[in-house]
Every structure is written in structure tokens, then in C-alpha cells.
Design a protein around this ligand. Structure first.
Ligand code: AMP
Length: 543
């Protein structure tokens, strides 16, 4: 027997209507490039998003067209987040930290018809503009109107000329594409992930849940996560859905600027990658009483493993609550969040920290299994396997790509490439990327576990551990570290430091000091580059 409930399509335009009806008063704050602060209210934001939809339709945009953005986190970018899908088109956020050749490859692969670009990024666009097959370039400026190169359109002029009363939502189905992001290409060429209206609405609802990102009307939310990285983790959609205040930091991402905004705007929730929080921790350590961060309840960290020493330091030195989350471009990105549940209320401080440093438990509707040799491993916290996921906001295939079929299993799961354990309470712990794991004598060594421990050493600011070929053991770990000390710690000192935590055969065979560890555009260690840098590296003799 079929249920008799409405077949109501889950699409993004009704979120604008709701925001206008209920939260018109709520603020959206942007720090502009010149550091001045722009404020307006959700009512203006909805009006301008609809104007953008009308302007795009007037330019001939139709359902399913890909419209790209190349921009920092700011008010106009937020309007594009809603205005583009509201026109029936597909929001395609380009990653401005990629090499220009990669950006043009991605824009052409996606078939972007129009690009919305920040005026401050015109020099970047200039570097690959000629390789593009887009029809229009629309420039978003946050100050005086710039002199535009010939043929480019001014965002503000387009909006001024568009009549929001002419906006009528396109007839959308919930499975229609609403947005797309490309993976960072750590496993081959970047691949397009195409989110549907339905997946985005469900994902936005999930983020809002109390045990996930807890986004509500009283939230004041500052995303340090760029709007070009997995839709800023989907949080802008959740904030508009729930009526949260948004504080968009623009291009000033130095720790002092972020801390200032956190304090001035009474931010309650913020999100970023570990690199950002490490630099903010250092800044707060140097300026312990400078900022009033008493409103800040939740600092979400994800995108790469958060060192437990960092989680602990924020809490013990600054009373700040860092919560670890895991996700991927292919999972919209919300996968898991590591809150400590009531069943661990009697856990010791060390046990709680160990749980918080794990990647956490899956969001509702996301299912997981860890596979090893075709079998799901038991949830015992020690057996490891490749994490596979499925759920309503997980990709079912890549966009128009011959590549990547191997990531989707015949029985409908997505293979993440992350090697994990899952404990009996369902907490996932990422041990490694499948390709980064170090196989020593047939056994796995977790590079992430070693890195996390190394980053707790007082002289080490950053550490990456990679595999080096070894005649007997096949691979052995090399620790590559960054230190602020004039005399770096020796290999023997480092091994002694790590000894209490690891089996002897896990300890690095060598240590190299570098000025910095190469990172991807989204803040992850670029182990591929490090491996290249240390290709042919000779390990000292060991048995
Ligand atoms: P991306 O699609 O660029 O967001 O990259 C996704 C990958 O980032 C995942 O497959 C993980 O390898 C890594 N990642 C994301 N969040 C975490 C986390 N909390 N801890 C460790 N690795 C993470």
C-alpha cells in the first residue's frame, strides 16, 4: 500500500521564500577587500538573489546550464549560491587556488557558459581567459566600480536592471542538478560531482541538526572554509534555511582578521581546515587576552586530520570547543561528526580527547562499511578497511567522465579511498588515504597517526610522514617536519618521543627538516609532491 503523502519536490527556491517570510531581519556581514564591513539583511539578500536569477535568464540561461563562480566568501557569492539554482541553472564554484591550467580545464570540462568573478581575481582570470569557451564574464566588485575590460559585464549593473517581480521559479524537479564541484584531483584528473536540488536540501537539513553542526536562527556563523570548497561544506544553504546570521570573511584570512570578526560579530559557530585553526591557535597563544570569544560555541574542523594536541590546546588554553568532522566533495561533504555522546559521559579526559580526535559517527541517512579483501571488517576499533559510504547526498557517479567508475561499487556504494577503523560505538578513525598508507613488511603503518603524534612535540609545528622504498621491508616511514627551533630535534629524540605511543616498527627511520610542507589548494598535505621531493631518498641502515 502506498502512503498518501504529497510528492513535494525538494528544491532550493522555497528556501529563499522561507528566509524572506521568516528571517528578513537577519544580517549577512561581509568583510570587503579594503577591510571595511558590509552589512545587509536577508530581505535584501533574497531580493538580490532573485534579481540575479532574472538577469541570468535575460542573458539566455536555461535549465541545466552551468554558471561558474570564481570568488572569495562574500555577499555576492552567496547571492550566486541561490540566484543561479533559482534560475534553474547549475552553480559551479571554481577553486581559485588551483593552477590556471587546471581551472580552465575544469571550466571547459564542465561547459560553463558564464563566469562570475571577483574584481580582485581579474588578474588570475586573465591568465586562463583565452583558453575558456564561456560566453559572458560578470564581474563582482565590492568597492567602487572598477574599469572593466571590454566585453565584461558589471554584476551590480545587471542586478540594478533586473526586476525581481519578473522572477518566477522554473519548474524544477528535485533530481535536477543544482550545483557542481570538482574534486581536487589527488587521484588523477579532477572529477565533477553534480549535486541535485534534493541532495542539497536534505544535506542542509542534516547540517542543521543539533548533533551535527547545530545551525539555527540564533547561530552566528563564520565559514573560513572557502565557498569554492564543496560549497563551503554546504553551510550557506543551511544558514539561509534556518535563518542564521552569516559572517563572510572575504579574502582577509590571516588569523588576526578572523579573530577580530569572530569577536566583533559574536560568532557562535565557525568551520575550517586544521591549517587555519593551527595558525589561529598560535595567534591566540601570542595574544591571550586580546579577543572576547565567549560567544564561540563550536569550531568545526575537517578536510584533513585534526591533531589531538590542537583540539586539546584550544580547550585547555582558550576554553574553545573544537569538533572534528569528516567528509568529501563526493559526500556533499557531510559524512561524520565527532561529538562525544552521553554514553561516554564517564570517560576520562584522555578518553574523551581520543574520541574527539576520531572522525566521528555518521550523519543520519549516511551508511558506512569498511571493506578489506571484499569483506566488511568488524566494528571493533582495530580492524581496518577502505571506507565505503552510501546515502542521499553521496555521488552515484562523476559528471561526464570516463574516469572514476572504479570508485562506485556494483552494489551501490562509493569507495572513499580512506582506510579506517570503526569502533563498536560507530566512531570512524581515518588511518590513512589508501595511497598514503605505509606498508612495512606487509603490515600497515598509519601516516596520520604518526603525524598527529609528531605535531604534539613542542618543537614541531608541522609533520608529514611518507613511505620510502626499503629493500627488506618494502616501505619504511620518513618524517618530514617543520620546526621553529634553531636546532631541530634529532631522529633519536623524535623516536624516543614517539616510543610510548607506537610499536617499535612504526617509528620513523629518518627525519628531514623542511621550511614548509606542500599543501593542496584545500589545505591537505600534498604527499604526492613530498614523495617526488624525496624520490630515491636513502634511508640510514637499520636491521
Ligand atoms: P575533498 O574531497 O577535497 O574534501 O577531500 C576529501 C578527503 O579529505 C577525504 O577522503 C579524506 O581523505 C580527507 N579528509 C576530510 N576530512 C578529514 C578528517 N576530518 N580527517 C582526516 N582526513 C579527512
Amino acid at each position: 500500500m502506498r502512503g498518501l503523502m504529497m510528492d513535494y519536490p525538494l528544491t532550493l527556491p522555497p528556501l529563499l521564500d522561507r528566509a524572506e517570510q521568516l528571517f528578513g531581519y537577519r544580517e549577512i556581514v561581509t568583510r570587503r577587500p579594503d577591510r571595511s564591513v558590509h552589512r545587509y539583511q536577508i530581505a535584501d539578500f533574497v531580493d538580490r538573489s532573485r534579481r540575479l536569477a532574472v538577469a541570468l535568464q535575460d542573458l539566455g540561461v536555461t535549465r541545466g546550464d552551468r554558471i561558474a563562480t570564481l570568488g572569495w566568501n562574500h555577499q555576492q557569492h552567496l547571492e550566486a549560491y541561490f540566484g543561479i539554482p533559482a534560475a534553474g541553472a547549475v552553480l559551479h564554484t571554481l577553486n581559485l587556488r588551483l593552477h590556471p591550467d587546471d581551472i580552465s580545464y575544469i571550466a571547459n570540462h564542465a561547459g560553463d557558459r558564464i563566469i562570475l568573478v571577483d574584481d580582485t581575481l581579474l588578474p588570475l582570470l586573465e591568465r586562463f581567459h583565452s583558453a575558456l569557451s564561456t560566453e559572458h564574464i560578470i564581474v563582482m566588485s565590492q568597492g567602487d566600480k572598477p574599469e572593466l575590460p571590454r566585453g565584461m559585464l558589471d554584476y551590480e549593473e545587471l542586478l540594478a536592471a533586473a526586476d525581481p517581480a519578473r522572477y518566477s521559479p522554473p519548474l524544477l524537479q528535485e533530481q535536477d542538478a543544482a550545483a557542481m564541484c570538482y574534486t581536487s584531483g589527488t587521484t588523477g584528473m579532477p572529477k565533477g560531482v553534480l549535486y541535485s536540488h534534493r541532495s542539497m536540501v536534505l544535506h542542509a537539513m542534516a547540517l542543521a541538526m543539533a548533533d551535527l553542526f547545530a545551525i539555527g536562527e540564533s547561530t552566528s556563523y563564520l565559514p573560513v572554509v572557502p565557498m569554492f570548497h564543496v560549497n563551503s561544506w554546504g553551510t550557506p544553504f543551511s544558514c539561509v534555511m534556518m535563518g542564521a546570521k552569516q559572517v563572510l570573511p572575504g579574502l582577509n584570512l590571516d588569523p588576526a582578521s578572523i579573530c577580530e570578526l569572530l569577536a566583533q560579530e559574536n560568532v557562535t559557530t565557525t568551520a575550517g581546515v586544521p591549517t587555519i585553526w593551527l595558525s589561529i591557535l598560535e595567534h591566540l597563544d601570542e595574544n591571550p587576552d586580546k579577543y572576547d570569544l565567549s560567544a564561540l560555541e563550536l569550531m568545526l574542523v575537517g578536510g584533513a586530520a585534526a591533531p589531538p594536541s590542537m583540539i586539546e590546546a584550544f580547550e585547555s588554553r582558550h576554553g574553545l570547543n573544537v569538533v572534528h568532522a569528516w567528509g568529501m566533495t563526493e559526500t556533499s561533504p557531510l559524512g561524520s561528526v565527532s561529538h562525544v555522546g552521553p554514553h561516554h559521559e564517564n570517560a576520562s579526559a584522555d578518553e574523551r580527547l581520543a574520541l574527539r580526535a576520531k572522525q566521528g559517527r555518521m550523519a543520519p541517512l549516511v551508511e558506512i562499511r569498511a571493506m578489506n579483501d571484499g569483506e566488511a571488517v568488524p566494528w571493533n576499533g582495530t580492524s581496518s578497511g577502505e571506507l565505503e559510504v552510501r546515502g542521499p547526498w553521496v555521488a552515484s557517479e562523476y559528471f561526464d567522465s570516463e574516469q572514476g567508475a572504479e570508485f562506485f561499487t556494483d552494489d551501490g556504494w562509493f569507495r572513499t579511498g580512506d582506510i579506517v577503523t570503526i569502533d563498536s560505538d560507530g566512531y570512524i578513525e581515518i588511518r590513512d588515504r589508501a595511497k598514503d598508507v605505509i606498508k612495512s613488511g606487509g603490515e600497515w603503518i598509519s601516516s596520520i597517526a604518526l603525524e598527529n603524534a609528531l605535531m604534539g612535540h613542542p618543537s614541531i609545528t608541522e609533520a608529514a610522514v611518507i613511505a620510502i622504498r626499503h629493500p627488506k621491508w618494502i616501505e619504511r616511514p620518513l618524517a618530514v617536519i617543520v620546526t621553529g627551533d634553531a636546532t631541530p630535534p634529532t631522529l633519536a629524540e623524535i623516536r624516543t618521543y614517539l616510543e610510548p605511543y607506537f610499536a617499535a616498527w612504526w617509528l620513523p627511520d629518518a627525519v628531514e627538516v623542511v621550511d614548509q610542507i606542500p599543501r593542496t589548494s584545500t589545505g591537505k598535505f600534498k604527499k604526492r609532491d613530498l614523495r617526488k621531493q624525496f624520490d630515491g631518498y636513502q634511508l640510514p641502515e637499520t636491521d
